[in-house]
Write a protein that binds this ligand. Structure first.
Ligand code: NAI
Ligand code: MG
Length: 490
């Protein structure tokens, strides 16, 4: 399973480690810093400025000024779009370096990082195209009036992102916010501040006016919290754990900010006996092990029709044993480290819990090596729905196999969770596929594929997997206020 390959010669340069406020790079107001780590080795990569509540306030003030009176407030929508296109172009030119930086700080394989940079560019271009197409309506009303609606920016938006897709999450949040004319105060995840800093440098370079984009680094409980309670931030967009969202919603309630949440899941991936076996094994493998399982849509509940359970699990386990784990910067590596010691410990804790509750450990279950935070691809078979490993988001390379016998049964069991982000189904029977797609409670359903996320399709969760939608036209609604203007006609 393990082949830790030789280290590549090239290493990305860490150019920025400070806060970007008003297009200037500044130290934290109290000089505080925190370490950012290379998860493949556990070594400290850099000391990064930790934003205080005072820094949050400074960022909000300049964002407010840019929104109300700066050049951004008067800029033609088409020119906003042009700036976004320029930023996408610069990111594309720096793709190689950015991908390496992402792999170094986040631990994702260089292949995956390249995919994320491409997704980042695509997202910014998609929303750049929207900038001058966000239209209101003329509304027929009773009486001699003309009524129309304007769609205007919500204002200063606070964006709090996680560590699993640092660049992509930045793009998903900057894209619609900028297209709609908002100004931004973003906090990166404490584990992965570096790639966003490079993108913020590029944003200054291509000409975003001061105050439009502000980038902070820091911990959630301090920097993030200061954003959540700030009375002059109009909206919080958050991606992370469901419990963090509950806390944010409570802490933000005195200011009644707008909120959008994307909160992960325990997504069911259902394999019917009539599925194309080769494709289904590969699909189930990718569904759980993509980016070490650190994916909000991870297909972590694998429902397999009982008559093919044995063969399916045998083949999946054989595939898992082949996985090349190692340095994420090595081209041959298929799986890098988990992002942190904390995440690795959480995952290994769930492995113990699975064993204790009586699930059958087929493969994996252990740390790989003693440097960095590597965990072997893990399969539990004969898992019961009420075990913690079948209920909680593990966010690691651990899949629970749950046998089933009929479509009605599997739909009920798939829906028996407070999550509802994504769902997969593998079958050659269109009736089963569409019945499942209609009845499963999830924001995204994949039929004979998995993790296919495009910038132009809405993405988000049913139930406690989220509020609102990102990507596609749907996101624009969450970055605009609607204003009705009524004119008395003579
Ligand atoms: P988290 O929810 O604590 O962190 C996500 C972001 O929220 C980070 O930027 C963090 O600094 C910030 N944050 C944390 N507490 C905050 C607070 N009180 N106020 C404002 N901002 C706050 O997630 P964490 O601790 O990194 O990971 C724990 C688990 O969360 C993972 O094991 C996974 O299950 C889940 N998760 C889900 C993600 C998703 O894509 N939906 C992404 C990351 C984590
Ligand atoms: Mg946390």
């Amino acid at each position: 399973m393990v082949t830790t390959a030789t280290r590549p010669a090239a290493k990305p340069t860490i150019r920025q480690t400070r806060l970007m406020i008003n297009n200037e790079w500044v130290d934290s107001s109290d000089g505080g810093t925190f370490d950012t780590i290379n998860p493949a080795t556990g070594d400290v990569l850099a000391k990064v400025a930790h934003a205080t509540p005072k820094d949050v306030d400074a960022a909000v003030r300049v964002a407010r000024k840019a929104l109300e009176t700066g050049p951004w407030s008067r800029m033609d929508a088409a020119d906003r779009g042009r700036l976004m296109f320029k930023l996408a172009d610069r990111i594309e030119q720096e793709a190689g370096e950015l991908a390496m930086l992402e792999s170094l700080n986040c631990g994702k394989t260089i292949t995956d990082s390249r995919g994320d940079v491409e997704g980042t560019v695509n997202t910014l271009r998609y929303y750049a195209g929207w900038a001058d197409k966000i239209e209101g309506k003329t509304v027929p009303v009773r009486g001699n009036f003309l009524s129309y609606t304007l769609r205007q920016p919500i204002g200063v938006v606070g964006q709090i992102i996680p560590w699993n897709f640092p660049l992509l999450m930045l793009a998903w949040k900057w894209g619609p916010a900028l297209a709609c004319g908002n100004t931004i105060v973003m906090k990166t995840a404490e584990q992965t501040p570096l790639s966003a800093m490079r993108v913020a440098e590029l944003a200054i370079e291509v000409g975003f006016p001061p105050g439009v984009i502000n980038l902070l680094a820091g911990y959630g409980e301090t920097t993030g919290h200061a954003m959540v309670v700030h009375s002059d931030i109009d909206k919080i967009a958050f991606t992370g754990h469901v419990d963090t969202a509950k806390l944010i919603q409570k802490n933000a309630s005195p200011t009644l900010k707008r909120m959008t949440f994307e909160l992960g899941g325990k997504s069911p991936n259902v394999i019917f006996a009539d599925a194309d076996m080769d494709k289904a094994v590969e699909g189930a493998f990718h569904a759980i092990y993509f980016h070490c399982g650190q994916c909000c849509t991870a297909g972590s509940r694998l429902f397999v029709e009982r008559k093919i359970q044995k063969e399916f699990v045998t083949r999946l386990a054989a595939r898992a044993r082949q996985r090349k784990i190692g340095d994420p910067l090595d081209e041959k590596t298929e799986q890098g480290p988990q992002v942190s010691q904390e995440q690795m410990d959480k995952i290994l804790g769930y492995v113990q819990s699975g064993q204790k509750s009586g699930a059958k450990l087929v493969v994996g279950g252990e740390r790989v090596g003693s440097n960095g935070f590597f965990v072997a691809p893990t399969i539990f078979d004969d898992v019961k729905d009420d075990m913690d490993i079948a209920k909680d988001e593990i966010f690691g390379p651990v899949v629970s196999v749950l046998p089933f016998d009929s479509i009605d049964e599997v739909v009920d069991r798939a829906n028996n969770t407070y999550y509802g982000l994504a769902a997969g189904v593998w079958t050659q029977d269109i009736d089963k596929a569409h019945t499942y797609a209609k009845r499963v409670k999830a924001g995204t359903v994949w039929v004979n594929c998995y993790h296919v996320v495009d910038t132009s399709t809405p993405f988000g969760g049913f139930k406690m997997s989220g509020q609102g939608r990102e990507n596609g036209e749907a996101a624009l609604e969450h970055y605009t206020e609607s204003k009705t203007v009524t004119v008395k006609l003579g």
